[in-house]
Design a protein around this ligand. Structure first.
Ligand SMILES: Cc1cc2nc3c(=O)[nH]c(=O)nc-3n(C[C@H](O)[C@H](O)[C@H](O)COP(=O)(O)O)c2cc1C
Length: 324
């Protein structure tokens, strides 16, 4: 008999599949379906720091008086936040799996007050999606890490529920930076976020949106970093991006992930992919004589393989020669 339960970010989950933040977690009805489909936990659609600011600025032209403007700002902020808090309350009342609220942010600020309200509304944890594209050549990249630690310090002052951080892989000092963040009060790191990517249509010569969903091939980036970082991170590692099926989950746990997040596969393959993935995980564990996830977690992380340089390899001359 296999046991898929686990403790992650201070929460008890019945299995390692966390549905990541997306539109499927934006209503109670949809969250109920995810619970029935077998999800271990869900991360709610993010409350965007940017979204709040956009809504405020949309009304700026109509309100010249400073007090009116303040009122509109206040109203807009309350409106968004109230709806979000109600979603947390309703979800907590109607489902039994952990509900993780989500904030999309880039630096510490007023939005951190919302985290306190989320906790009061009943959120089991909060995920912070730190979005920073290091595209400004004038900016010292270390500032991004300072932003992360600043946010974490301010969060810790305000809330007592666990909080995690979903990060991008953009850093020239990734392993060091991730270890540094893992030594703070954060309860888990999600490696990695998948950013929106612009594309170009060569016929119209226009900028278009890149594909919104990941492909299963995209797992290799987070898999490499799970295997490298699970050796030294001092917090839970939750793998994300490109995990589309049971095989992907098994790979990530072998590499050292505590749990995984899945999003694109639910849109592409429907919610039944959760049950199919759990079946695959169960069958594979039985066939390999593992009774719990901890029996094989990290078996193939960097320090556990004979050729420890394998995960660090970036050149592919040998493979190219073999392909000839
Ligand atoms: C339709 C859609 C909506 C998303 N919305 C959010 C969001 O609100 N906040 C967030 O942090 N990530 C959001 N994401 C990113 C996912 O949570 C996830 O990190 C990303 O899709 C990579 O995982 P995947 O390869 O399993 O799709 C969204 C992704 C998709 C496809």
């Amino acid at each position: 008999m296999t046991d898929l339960s686990l403790n992650v970010m201070g929460l008890k989950l019945k299995n390692p599949i966390i549905v990541g933040s997306c539109s499927l977690t934006n209503s109670v009805e949809s969250i109920k379906k995810l619970e029935v489909a077998g999800a271990g936990a869900v991360v709610l659609k993010s409350l965007f720091e940017e979204q709040i600011m956009n809504q405020v600025y949309a009304h700026t032209d109509n309100y010249s008086h400073a007090e009116s403007l303040d009122y509109v700002k206040y109203f807009e902020e309350q409106h968004i936040v109230e709806k979000y808090l109600q979603l947390i309350k309703d979800a907590k009342a109607e489902v039994n799996i952990p509900i993780i609220a989500s904030i999309h942010c880039k630096s510490s600020g007023k939005w951190i007050e919302f985290a306190e309200e989320m906790e009061k509304a009943g959120a089991d944890a909060i995920e912070l999606n730190l979005y920073n594209l290091p595209s400004d050549q004038k900016k010292d990249e270390h500032k991004y890490m300072e932003a992360a630690t600043g946010i974490i310090n301010d969060m810790k002052k305000r809330i007592s529920i666990p909080f995690t951080m979903k990060l991008s892989h953009y850093s020239d000092n990734l392993a060091h930076d991730l270890q540094r963040i893992s030594r703070t009060d954060v309860s888990g790191l999600i490696l990695f976020n998948r950013s929106f990517n612009p594309d170009i249509d060569i016929e119209s010569e226009k900028i278009i949106n890149g594909h919104p969903y990941s492909t299963p091939d995209e797992i290799v980036n987070s898999l490499r970093w799970t295997a490298i970082c699970s050796d030294f991170l001092e917090t839970d590692l939750i793998a994300g991006t490109g995990i589309h099926n049971g095989e992907g989950i098994i790979k990530q746990i072998l590499a050292g992930a505590t749990a995984i997040q899945m999003v694109s596969s639910l849109y592409i393959n429907s919610l039944s992919v959760i049950e199919e993935s759990l079946t695959k995980l169960n069958e594979w564990m039985s066939a390999h004589n593992y009774s719990s996830l901890s029996d094989f977690r990290g078996k193939l992380k960097r320090s556990n393989i004979p050729d420890q340089k394998f995960y660090d390899r970036v050149q592919f001359m040998k493979s190219i020669n073999e392909l000839k």
